[in-house]
Design a protein around this ligand. Sequence first.
Ligand code: AMP
Length: 216
Amino acid sequence: MQLNMILLGPPGAGKGTQASHLQRLWRIPHISTGAMLRTAVREGTPLGKQAEAIMASGGLLNDELITALVEERLRHDDAHAGFLLDGFPRTIAQAESLDRYMSGRALVIVELALSDENVVKRLASRMVCHNCGTNRQDEGVYPTCHDCGGPLVPREDDKEQVVRNRLEVYRTQTAPLIDYYQGRPTFCRVDGAQLFDNVREDMVRAVKKALTLCSD
Ligand code: AMP
């Protein structure tokens, strides 16, 4: 059964980490809008130049721009047999655009839930690889990336004031998506405060169950 999935949840809930696991398990691309934008900023592309200040403040890029970026990515061959979206949709308008794009094809929606208190704690120790942009928890003495060996640095938008703004943006713009999707049989919630392995097990179980309810 094809898995077309959205991973919802506040910043720092562990979406990226869990997505890497699910991507390997289902052999589908992990499409992270935040990672795409960070690459664009690093490479200094026109999109990156447009995104840089907005990302640094914790705000959101406009819906049309981000929706066009995601739809273009979903048209790539590797996304035809399924995909995992992380960081999109983030507003009701983006969710409506995605529904139009999917035109009736089933979506599995998983909310990775985490309290504000835990979000702040997690983000305080989060690092990002300066070379490849992968998110990591601070692992202490030799902070280098497991994938490419690059140096780990704190993420610009994980500074306390920006985190507060991102949480506010999440509350006002993204959390309403939970109501938007909640009535669908393929919506499920996983407790993101558990140990990593338990979150992973719950997540895989929830996705398998949701897939049995997908009709296509
Ligand atoms: P993330 O890595 O998902 O936390 O995203 C980092 C930043 O990229 C966000 O704080 C936004 O500024 C921007 N961004 C990522 N995804 C979206 C989206 N779907 N809509 C608007 N802005 C986004």
